[in-house]
Ligand binder design. Sequence first.
Ligand SMILES: [Mg+2]
Length: 222
Amino acid sequence: MTYELIIFDLDNTLYDGDSGLLQELGRRIRIWLQTHLNLEDAAAQALQHEYHRLYGTTMGGLIVEHPDLDIHDYLQFVHDIPVEDYLQPDQALAQMLVSLPLRKIVYTNATSEYGWRVLAALDVQTYFERVVGIEEVELRNKIYSDAYGRMLDLVGVEPDRCIMVEDWVSNLQAAKALGMVTVLVGEEPAEHVDFCAPDILQVGRIVKSLLDGAEQPGDCSS
Ligand SMILES: [Mg+2]
């Protein structure tokens, strides 16, 4: 197989989960839920976890359960974070990206505006031709295969020519079903995932061995 495009998730994939940025995103989600649904903090946190489990993201739950609320206001508020306060330029990440002879995009359940700011804070924005955010896929998150279909239409690549790199296994199921090679970052080996990378820098080695034919897509849980 000839691979053409490598697709990276953003949050907790291209930067480390202990940077504090994920926690700030979560805090702002809970503030928005408290304000717009009139909840205490503990109830907002419980709802956040419930929606994430059932609908892939808090936003996914809001769209289904509270269609009257302004989702674009939610997205703007949640992502209004000075990301450069949490992230630094990542030279090792840049070197890994530049070593991969494939087109590269970011595909995120966040907004593309936030995505570009994160890439700039990491100083890796020049390696990506595009950021596809949630507003470019009609607010459908990655647990839905139609969201992947819209993303692929935007970049004009067939799924079997794509490698998808992501930290959350539920987000890889649709990608795998469509025929993409899937790489799970930073988690325990899981079923229905081709490769598991202990951290993002290992993705370079995995993809190079795939391109060389030294490794084939398989099941990293076995
Ligand atoms: Mg992620």
